[in-house]
Ligand binder design. Structure first.
Ligand SMILES: Cc1cc2nc3c(=O)[nH]c(=O)nc-3n(C[C@H](O)[C@H](O)[C@H](O)COP(=O)(O)OP(=O)(O)OC[C@H]3O[C@@H](n4cnc5c(N)ncnc54)[C@H](O)[C@@H]3O)c2cc1C
Length: 389
């Protein structure tokens, strides 16, 4: 098989965004996406809640979200093709994190970090919350943190397809195959080995294998602490409208947001082993969960569960943060992994940062240096504390 300048393993939103940026920044670069599941049935990019927030505790994540929201607002201009107009249905009603008294200090600290990084967020006491959201029970709430702009949700699979189609239109090739091995020396990757029997030599390799990124890294003898951890999303209907409902994060850990005329909701999983079957965990839908939802939003006492789906977070068990950039020793092995459930919103910025790092020697538009692989080598975790569900 012919050589490609860059081979990307996986063409979910990360692989597709990286391919898009590489060929936009350097037209003529030969880029091949290798994808084993071209229906994307199990890809996180198909099963995401596709929401975007500024409310992180690591400034680098806020920077990626600031870039992300700007890109989403202009996605039509960036990604539309004559035969494929892009409409992402972006809405920005905000995220609302609620804190009980014992969580108040942590919410205040996060707020300082977010304000310093330029996020448009406000702290609201119970009375202000009551006035803004009369359907919300805040009797046991000390404080809420609301995103005033730049937070909301969009059509994630549409963003994924838009990156993919635009990348293909810019000359990227997509190969329907599975990468089963990597030919490498101590300092570089030479080629990928394919399930179909072929070998594809490459100048650079990108690991964009989502929840399966750990297995791809292991093919080069590299330990990457990324696991496929299942999350269940429940689709609910509520008999009453909840005016201006944001993406709500309850102090007990569950989240809920509108989705068309329905709501979607999830909680921290009861079973946390890696690689559980990709089926909804109905044991999470129990009396406690129901009671907790109805406590916070009394109208939900009459809710109906319409359906549920499950997807994998690509969980970085080291520090719940992305790994972006090259390996310190295998210099042409690049990572865009471990987004731990917040990757859809960061795909545009992360893909750009990695493309710049690969082509120009460092990320230029967004400083993502601290997300580099070096922190794993030196055992210096960069912990993101605001991981939802
Ligand atoms: C339930 C749920 C809710 C979420 N909510 C949000 C949210 O609200 N906001 C947000 O920003 N993010 C959210 N996320 C996270 C977000 O969806 C992911 O961070 C993002 O989709 C990861 O994209 P990816 O391209 O890395 O992985 P994927 O989309 O999984 O793509 C990886 C691809 O690699 C392919 N692959 C793997 N191994 C190989 C191989 N050996 N050979 C060939 N191909 C291979 C796979 O087939 C797959 O298509 C959520 C995720 C889930 C599951």
């Amino acid at each position: 098989m012919s050589h490609a300048d860059v081979v990307i393993v996986g063409s979910g939103v990360m692989g597709a965004a990286t391919a898009y940026w590489l060929t936009r920044l350097q037209p003529g670069l030969t880029v091949t996406l290798v994808e084993s599941d071209t229906r994307y049935d199990k890809a996180s990019s198909s099963l995401s809640a596709s929401s975007i927030r500024q409310q992180f505790t690591c400034p680098v994540n806020i920077r990626l979200s600031q870039y992300g929201i700007a890109f989403l607002r202009e996605a039509e201009q960036h990604l539309s093709l004559p035969d494929h107009p892009v409409a992402l249905g972006l809405q920005e009603p905000g995220y609302l994190f609620l804190a009980q008294p014992e969580q108040e200090a942590a919410l205040q600290t996060a707020h300082q970090i977010q304000k310093q990084a330029g996020a448009d967020v406000a702290l609201l006491g119970p009375e202000a919350l009551r006035q803004r959201f009369p359907w919300l029970n805040v009797d046991d709430v000390a404080l809420g943190s609301l995103g005033l702009s730049g937070e909301g949700w969009f059509d994630g699979p549409a963003l994924h397809q838009a990156f993919l189609k635009k990348a293909l239109a810019q000359g990227v090739q997509r190969l329907h195959d599975r990468v089963v091995g990597l030919d490498h020396s101590a300092t570089q990757i030479n080629a990928v080995r394919l399930a179909s029997g072929g070998t594809l030599p490459c100048g650079q390799l990108v690991n964009a294998a989502g929840p399966w990124a750990g297995a791809v890294a292991a093919m080069a003898g590299v330990q990457l602490p990324v696991e496929a951890t299942r999350r269940t999303v429940f689709v609910l209907s509520c008999p009453e409208p909840l005016a201006h409902c944001p993406l709500l994060i309850d102090p007990t850990g569950w989240w809920l947001r509108p989705e068309g005329r329905f709501f979607i909701s999830g909680a921290e999983p009861l079973h946390t082993q890696a690689d559980l079957p990709l089926e909804p965990d109905w044991s999470e839908w129990n009396d406690n969960q129901w009671a907790s939802l109805a406590h916070r939003i009394p109208a939900l006492a009459a809710l109906r569960v319409e359906r549920a789906w499950a997807g994998y977070y690509e969980m970085n068990t080291f520090d719940h943060n992305a790994v972006i950039g090259p390996h310190p020793e295998l210099g042409n092995l690049n990572f865009i992994n471990g987004f731990s459930g917040h990757g859809m919103q960061h795909a545009a910025g992360a893909g750009l940062a990695l493309a710049e790092w690969m082509l120009l020697g460092q990320a230029q538009t967004i400083d993502v240096q601290e997300l580099g692989f070096e922190r794993l080598v030196h055992n210096r975790p960069l912990r993101e504390l605001a991981v939802i569900g």
